[in-house]
Design a protein around this ligand. Sequence first.
Ligand SMILES: Cc1cc2nc3c(=O)[nH]c(=O)nc-3n(C[C@H](O)[C@H](O)[C@H](O)COP(=O)(O)O)c2cc1C
Length: 173
Amino acid sequence: MNKVLLVYWPEKGNVDLVADKFIQSSKELEIQKVSILNVNKDLLEAYDNWIIGGSTVGSHVWEDADDSNRWFEFFKLLNEVDLTKKVVAFYGLGDQILYPHHFVDGLGVFQEEFEKRNANIIGQWPIDGYQFYDSDGMHNKKFYGLALDEDHQPEKTEERINGWIELIRKEFK
Ligand SMILES: Cc1cc2nc3c(=O)[nH]c(=O)nc-3n(C[C@H](O)[C@H](O)[C@H](O)COP(=O)(O)O)c2cc1C
């Protein structure tokens, strides 16, 4: 059974809820879920397979790289780990109706931060079935990871999770 570390933020919202759904849905993966508040170098090094989950909650959160931003503290921690040995997949929560020009932009931030550290990124997901105009979280008609919309398409979440797990589990170590 593949062991996977699922690192997520924020706590107690949709990202957190979906992390539990991953654990319930993936019988073939042994997932340990950890908030970025509790992650450390030893834990990151102990796992070769990672799932990273976050929500897009406004560009200011992503562009503000000071220490108050939890994600940027996490990205700094990544500098201490050899990501060339890690297989990494992303999921992102967003709202395609209220933010159709920035749907799951956060997936693009994950992509950039892990790509520049040469991680093995897997889990790109087709944009079919979503309604939006633009997203920094996609390239060539695929999202950089699994896009989920609990605000407007919650009924699709389970099926999307199952399909995505099927895709990524074959590529995990
Ligand atoms: C202030 C605010 C800004 C948001 N901005 C975006 C956005 O730019 N793009 C997007 O796709 N969703 C956006 N959303 C929607 C959230 O990503 C979505 O509701 C998500 O499920 C929240 O998950 P969380 O509760 O785990 O943070 C925004 C939500 C809030 C409250």
